[in-house]
Design a protein around this ligand. Structure first.
Ligand code: NDP
Length: 277
């Protein structure tokens, strides 16, 4: 039930049809009986600034920001938190008076999801595949926690660019990722490879230690080929859907005043909308 006093938030993206964030937030709104709504907001890049100022003027509490607007969101904010500055990108905006306050919860959401699966990020060195926005946010969060991080990206120039922005990152060639699993405690796919319509990521696990944990940021399908291959070798696996839910928690708390819980019930509810393989 929405009244004239409803609290409003949403997700700004282009396209935004694929986003499961409305499912997550509206589930929590219903669970907590909050008079509010969370809307999908498709906004083309050339209209991003106009839309953000318009949403603020319309009384929205704030928004999540997704592809391709996270860097533009960083630019438009009047203040940003440390994680957003390190990531060079904003995924969560709070409107507060004249202020547009940005944060980046992708890295902390990834780590919260690891911990929810019983994996301590500081247990050993991490090998990150990818050098895009998600990789940058996660690498920054891991480095902050004292984790040694190596990255391999299909285009090595982009990996070097990322290492220049995040001192401490070690760059390796894309082909080295197969042998490198032997020396790492955590393998992270932060590339877009594995998304349902794309060719799956090819990763050889034959040299992995039995204690290797394998995490994927991709959550469509729920069990990517990477995760299926790792599980077939008896390795611990962590899917991307939990990250999506954990990164949503701080925004929900800021806009709606309740800190929601990521539990099996919401996982089952949202995953019912996503192909398993
Ligand atoms: P970017 O466009 O910034 O980066 C894409 C990355 O994927 C680049 O490193 C790119 O390599 C690599 N890549 C793309 N296709 C392939 C391929 N076929 N083989 C190898 N590498 C490939 O995207 P983001 O970082 O913003 O997003 C990456 C993924 O993370 C997306 O699938 C997104 O949905 C997901 N994501 C999930 C979240 C969650 O909550 N679970 C949160 C945020 C993102 P190259 O540089 O060589 O092109």
């Amino acid at each position: 039930m929405i009244t004239g006093g409803a609290k409003l938030a949403g997700v700004v993206g282009w396209p935004v049809r694929h986003s499961r964030s409305p499912l997550v937030h509206n589930y929590w709104l219903a669970r907590h009986g909050i008079d509010g709504a969370y809307l999908p907001l498709p906004v083309a890049p050339e209209h991003f600034a106009t839309a953000i100022h318009g949403l603020r003027a319309a009384g929205f509490r704030g928004v999540n920001v997704t592809i391709p607007h996270k860097e533009a969101a960083f630019e438009i904010c009047t203040q940003v938190d440390h994680a957003a500055r390190r990531a060079g990108a904003v995924n969560t905006i709070l409107f507060s008076g004249d202020k547009i306050i940005g944060s980046n919860t992708d890295g902390s959401g990834f780590i919260a999801n690891l911990r929810a699966h019983g994996v301590e990020p500081a247990a050993g060195p991490a090998l990150m595949l990818g050098a895009g926005g998600a990789a940058r946010a996660i690498a920054a969060a891991l480095l902050e926690r004292g984790v040694q991080v190596s990255i391999a990206n299909r285009s090595i120039d982009r990996a070097h660019d990322l290492a220049a922005q995040l001192p401490g990152l070690r760059v390796m060639y894309w082909q080295e990722r197969h042998a490198a699993v032997a020396d790492h405690a955590l393998l992270i796919n932060a590339t877009a490879a594995g998304l349902q319509s794309d060719a799956p990521l090819d990763q050889d696990f034959s040299r992995a230690a039995p204690t290797l944990a394998v995490a994927d940021v991709v959550y469509v399908p729920l069990i990517t080929k990477l995760l299926a291959d790792a599980a077939a070798r008896g390795l611990r696996t962590i899917g991307g859907l939990g990250m999506l839910m954990h990164q949503a928690v701080p925004g929900f708390a800021q806009w709606f005043g309740v800190t929601p819980i990521v539990d099996q019930e919401i996982f089952d509810y949202v995953s019912a909308d996503i192909p398993v393989v």
